[in-house]
Design a protein around this ligand. Structure first.
Ligand SMILES: *Cc1c(COP(=O)(O)O)cnc(C)c1O
Length: 246
């Protein structure tokens, strides 16, 4: 495996941070409104530690077990879950993650409400929305997300702070713009309809984070452009998703 050299990591980080600044300024936004989530999935603790030492304080992982195995081997950081949460892993997830970006069902919201009261760990929650209505993607449809907000209001105790989306993959960042705009418009209308604040929009990855910032992203989730290519990562069909240690 390649060694993870902190000078070259720092250079990549500086380059990404300055692109974040430029994109925010282009959109007349304060760059401080955009939080970089460094996506460390599949990278070993030594590499994650380099990222932390270079100043990446918010880390994104897509598997609960993988993150729980790494976290004790790294300096303290703010861990965010960006991948699907299985209902039987909620307790484990709440022991580490401050923020869950990818809550995608009403039963999961109900379980979270119950378990967070038992454990006393109240995460920030974002609902994942399948804005492009892709048949193979997870996430609430824009219609189902309204239903979810009725349930959230009835439950009363969940800290739901915003929405997240993963648009269809494309090499053309401009192709994501309509999906990012759709997420933002959906957020604005939910705020009106339910008289709530939803300040967070988690959208944009290595290939399209600048477009996402122009559309209002508050969290951008950047993996490859910072950490390098993921070699151990093999996306699996949903039914085979096992949350194995990597
Ligand atoms: C892996 C992943 C990312 C990072 O993707 P890159 O293209 O490597 O930046 C962002 N969001 C989610 C949900 C992911 O699973």
């Amino acid at each position: 495996m390649q060694t993870f050299d902190s000078d070259s990591f720092q250079q990549r980080l500086d380059a990404i941070q300055s692109r974040i600044h430029v994109a925010a300024e282009r959109a007349n936004r304060d760059p401080a409104e955009v939080q970089l989530v460094t996506v460390t999935k599949t990278f070993p603790p030594e590499a994650v530690q380099v990222a932390i030492q270079c100043g990446c304080s918010v880390l994104g992982e897509n598997r609960v077990q993988e993150a729980l195995a790494k976290a004790p081997l790294c300096s303290s950081a703010d861990w965010h879950l960006i991948g699907r949460l299985q209902r039987n892993k909620i307790r484990h997830a709440l022991s580490l993650f401050s923020t869950l970006h990818s809550v995608d069902s009403i039963p999961l919201l109900e379980d979270l409400a119950r378990i967070q009261e038992e454990t006393g760990n109240r995460p920030q929650i974002l609902l994942e929305v399948n804005v492009a209505a892709q048949p193979t993607k997870i996430g609430f449809t824009p219609t189902a997300v309204r239903e979810a907000f009725h349930v959230i209001q009835d439950l009363g105790c969940l800290q739901v702070v915003g929405l997240m989306t993963v648009p269809p993959w494309t090499p053309d960042p401009e192709a994501s713009r309509c999906h990012f705009t759709a997420l933002r418009n959906l957020r604005d209308s939910l705020e009106q309809e339910f008289s709530i604040g939803l300040p967070e929009l988690s959208m944009g990855m290595s290939c399209d984070f600048e477009v996402a910032i122009e559309c209002g992203a508050s969290f951008v989730r950047v993996g490859t452009a910072l950490m390098g290519k993921r070699t151990a990562y093999k996306p699996q069909p949903k039914s085979l998703d096992t949350d194995d240690f990597i």
